[in-house]
Structure formats: C-alpha cells, structure tokens
Design a protein around this ligand. Sequence first.
Ligand code: C2E
Ligand code: CA
Ligand code: CA
Length: 691
Amino acid sequence: MGKSLESTLKQRLVDDCESRLRPFLEYCADAYFLHDLEGNILDVNQTACDHLGYTRAELLNVNVTEIEQLSSPKDLLNEWKLLVPGKPHLWTGINRRKDGSTFPVEGHNQRFETQGHSLVVALVRDVTERKLAEEKLRQAATVFENATEGVIVTDAEANIVTINKAMTKISGHSEAEVFSKKPSLWKSGRHQQAFYQDMWTSIQQTGQWRGEIWNRRKSGEAFPCWQTISAIKDDAGNVTHYVSIVSDITTVKETQSKIEHLAHHDSLTDLPNRLLFNARLEHAIRIAHRDQHQIGLIFLDLDNFKRINDSLGHPVGDCILQSVGVRLNTQIREVDTLARLGGDEFTLLLEEIAHPEEASIVAEKVLDIFNNPFEVKGHQLHVTPSIGISVYPEDGEDVTTLVRNADTAMYSAKAKGGNTYQFYTSEFTEKASERIRLESQLRYAVERNEFRVYYQPQYNSQTVRLTGAEVLVRWQHPDLGLLAPAKFITLAEETGLILTIGEWVLHAACSQIKNWRDQGLNLQRISVNVSGKQLQRSGFLETVQAVLDETGCRAQWLELEVTEGLIMNQADKAIGFLQGLREMGVAIAIDDFGTGYSSLSYLKQLPVTKLKIDRSFIQDIPHDSDDQAIAEAILALGKSLQIKVCAEGVESEEQKMFLKSTGCDEQQGFLYSRPLPANEFIEILKKETVI
Ligand code: C2E
Ligand code: CA
Ligand code: CA
C-alpha cells in the first residue's frame, strides 16, 4: 500500500485529518475508512477493525475493493472517481471479513481534496440486525397474507386494525369494511352470552383462548371455526393488541358427517345399516322401558330373491333392492327407522305402538307395496316379501333377542309360502288376523245395514222427567251377535271407518227423533257421541247441517257429546269449531268429564252447554269419599260456569239421592234404564207423553 504517496506525505495527511475527525470517530458506532481514489486505506477506526476482524495494522494493508463485495473493483474505482467533492454519496454494499464471511452494510462516503490529493472518507454501518429484522417482518407479512387461516389483529380495545387475505375470503368482508369495527360483527348468534364471557375471562386470565366457535359470513351463512385468540403485551405487560387465528372447519365438519353417514348407511340404498339400526333399536328400547310402551320390529326378507340374482344378474338384483328401499320409505312414519341389514333383508322399527295389531297394520301396508311389479331394465318382476314381527317387551327385551325372534317369525312366514307376515308370538298373529277379519267385515257393515241405534234415557234429577236420550251404537254382527262399541269403535277410528259410521248414526238418530216428534211423542233432545276423527275432518259442520236438513231434525233437538281429552288436545281448533256448532243451535256436552285435566280458565272460553261426569266418579258413591268430592267439585264448577251437569252410570238409589241432593241437573244409568232399541224406547216415550 502507499505506492502512489510517499510515506512522509501520507503521514502528514493522516495527521491533518485525524486531528479534525478523531474526536468524532472515537464515539462512532460506524466503521470509518479513509482511502484514496484507488482504494488504498489510509486510516480506519476500531469499529472497522471489529466489524471486519482485522487488526488495524492488517487493515491498512488491505484495499477497499477487497472488502466491498457488492460492486466490482472497477465499478468502485469509477464510483470514487465520479464523487463530487463535498457531496455525500449513500450506498449499500456487502463487506467481507477477514475470515471470508460477509455482512450487509450501508454507508455514505464523501470525497475531499487535501493538499492536492483526492481522498475519500467513508462511514460504514453493519446492518445485519436491521436486515434480519426486515427479513423477518417480510416473512411474517408473507405468512400473514398467504396463510390459509384467517388472521384478525385488533387493538387493545378490540377494534380491528387489520385482517389478512384469508380472513377476507372466509368472511366475505374486505379489510376496509371491517377496519376499526369490532370482531363481534362475525357473531353467529349460535352461542349464549355466557360463551363469550368465558372466552374473555380466559383471555384475560391466561392471555389466550382457543376453541370451536360458530361465526357468520357477510352472506349471512353461519360456519364453524377453530379459533385462537391471543393477547399481545408490551414489555410493561399491557395488552397492545389481540391476534386471532381463524380456521374455517366447514369442510372438516362436512367430511366428518359424510364419513359418519357412510359408516351408518348402506351404500346401495342409502338406508341406515345394521350398525345404526341396532343403535336406534337400543335407544328405542330404553325409551320404551322408561315410558312403558311397546315396540314393533318388522323383519322383511324377499321371497326367491336368490333366483332373480342368479338368473338376471346382480345389477338387476341391486336395482330391485333399491326400488324396495324407495317403496318402503314411503310407508313409514318419520319416527320409524327403515334399515337394510344386508342382502335382501330389511328391518322396520316402529318405535311406539299401542298394541301388536298396529305392527300388523304396517305389515299389511308393506305387503301392499309389493302388489305392483318392479320394472328393472326392461323386466317386469313380481317380488314378494316374507315378514316376521317381534314385539317389545313380549318377544324380547334386548336388541339381539328382538331381531332374532323377528327373523324366526320371518321364517315361519316363508314356511307358509311367503308373501305374508307372522308374529313371533303366534297369539298376536291370531289377534291380528281376527282384527283384519273384523276390519273387512266392518267395512261392509254400513252397506249391509248391520248397525243399530240404542237410546238411553236421561232424566231430570229433581222432577225425574225425561229430558233426552243418549244415542249409542251397536253392531249386529252376523256371527258374533250384538257387539258393544268397545269391540269396534277403536278399530273404526283407526281405519277411518268411524267417519261413515258416525255419519250413519247421526242420520239415523236425527230421523228417529223427527219421526217420534211427528207422532206427537215428546222427546226433547238426543245426544250423539262424536269421535275425534270426525271433528278433525274439515267439513264436519257442513255434514251436521246436511243431516239436519235431510232429516228435518231441528238443531235444538240435537246435542253432540265430545270427550274432554279431545278438546284439550286440539285447544285452539276446538274453540272455533264448537262455536260454529253453537251458532247453528246445536248443544254441546263434554263427555267423560273429570278424566281429561281441563284447565278451568280454558273451560270458561268454551261454548259448552253440559258436562257429563264420568261414570268412574259415580261408581263408588257413596263409598269412596274422593270420588264423591270430585263429583261435588264438578257440580260446583258447572254451577259457577252456568253449565248443566249430567251424571252417567247411575246404578243405585244412593247415587241417585246423592246427586239429587247435590244439585246435579240430569241423571242417566241402568237404575233408570239400559240403552234400548227404538221399538222399546218408544214405550218410555209413550209413558212420558201421557203423563
Ligand atoms: P259413553 O259415551 O261414555 O257412553 C256411555 C256408556 O256407558 C254406554 O256404553 C252405556 O251403555 C254405558 N252405561 C250407561 N249407563 C250405565 C250404567 O248405569 N252402568 C254401566 N256400567 N254402564 C252404563 P256403550 O253403549 O257400550 O258405549 C261405550 C262407549 O262407546 C261410549 O261411551 C262412547 O264413547 C262410545 N260410543 C257409543 N256409541 C257411539 C257412537 O255412535 N259414536 C261414537 N263415536 N262413539 C260411540
Ligand atoms: Ca257419551
Ligand atoms: Ca261418558
């Protein structure tokens, strides 16, 4: 070094500069270099030595072009040459240490002339730390922007400062739309206030909350998220920001439920598989055990299905199984479970049945859906099932037993030639077929004119004068003789035949009273029982009106008896409905009163003209003081609401006297008369009329 300057001169120049700069350089954090236009170093400070790993003496023998790596030596020389004296030049570069390692620098240099020589002074700063920080920030920003998770940054008051691209995509909001708003703008409304309170408590206590949460997109759609919220604190421990990471787990959830579905459903028919069926049955058994009701399990196996598979091939077989699934599905109530256990075996779970015959009704319907042939790939195929039925708890109290016994019953259906059903308990099969016999006979009973109308007189308690008669139906069965309503009314209600029967009874009774009155016999009123099924049917009012018109019976001669339970079950409908009847002039009695838990306030709103105390409360009078009290309470209630009260089932003098003394308006019962056919009842009428 120092080839172009003599060493004495060099020393002088250095001394001169040093005297001016040295105090400043002492405290300088930057490396200081003094070099000539060729890059020969004349002077450095300690910082330069520290940065570059040379001793001062070594460094004075190094050329600047060997240190600076970013620009080529030629460019550097050029640069120095072009420097304008007195004007600082800023630059960035990469310096090389003695050990060969490099580090980023930033510097500025300035050229000056002294004693006829051009020198360059440079102050160079190691920017490793800053570059690293910048790089980190840049990386963080890249991560922030490109993360698949949504990121929300808020200030300490939870005002949104920024959100990333992913959050924009997830929520549908742009950054501008949410800026300075609260993250609660994404609230789904699916969580209670307490949920959010717990969340904030956790953030305050632990600095973090994570969990599953439902948020709402701009579109209004709610979606499930996995969310982490962290509080960011400064050195003093004060929260400056909250950062929230949001993963949209909609698809995860969807996949989960898809997998769940696949695990529990049969892929061919998409019906529940054995796994799900067993689970449902087990659940149903628990409920049935608790609520003391019966369950029906129908096991169905296609007859000769193997032959179809063998002769026409599996694809045809598969199509049939699918069609069977579809047809069966139309036959079940929403609460029941239809499943395919495998092969050509289907099961149907009837979660609550009132009696085993109910399962046989379903089995009948199932048989019906096989009446039409299945059309598969140009083939018209007749397929029939064999059905076995087991009933909880009679035929088993656990899943395995119930399924096994239904399966056994199915085999006895097969043994009978298929296309039929059998109960595991043969007695049920008999009952069911008896019921079916009765049902088909009941269907023809109306047209065969097998119903009879009986009349039971009702009397005024005080005067013992006839006030009216209750109309009670009987069925004159060709083989079984005269059947009481208990034998067929429920069946008629279940099959809907009650509509025809009820209308027939109403018609018969109305024309009978008209007939008697035309003969001058004084029957003031007939009471006709009406089933819930009739009331539920729209057009009942019109039917009543039509019957009155056709028979010439006046509305005020007619009273309809409706059971208490029926009105209470259909509270809102009932008021309007009964109102309609009252407007027509028809009287309304609540039958079996005291058994249906009427609310008194409700009773007040009903346009009712009579309460009939249920026979069960009369029965044990005067021996049972509770019943007596109930009867008295009903009487008091009737009085306060100004509704007449009729006691039914009066069988003894004591009952009669008790009711008379407590102010009961009317009485009816075997003590006075059993229900009588018209030709016998007319005798009572005649006597009454004479008196
Ligand atoms: P209900 O409306 O409570 O009718 C009174 C029942 O009590 C009648 O039985 C009657 O024969 C019986 N009974 C009357 N007095 C006495 C008595 O002193 N002691 C005893 N032990 N029983 C007495 P029935 O005729 O067998 O009718 C039974 C039920 O069938 C009726 O109960 C009613 O709910 C229903 N029913 C009868 N006819 C019809 C009808 O035409 N349509 C509808 N929907 N239901 C009817
Ligand atoms: Ca009645
Ligand atoms: Ca009754």
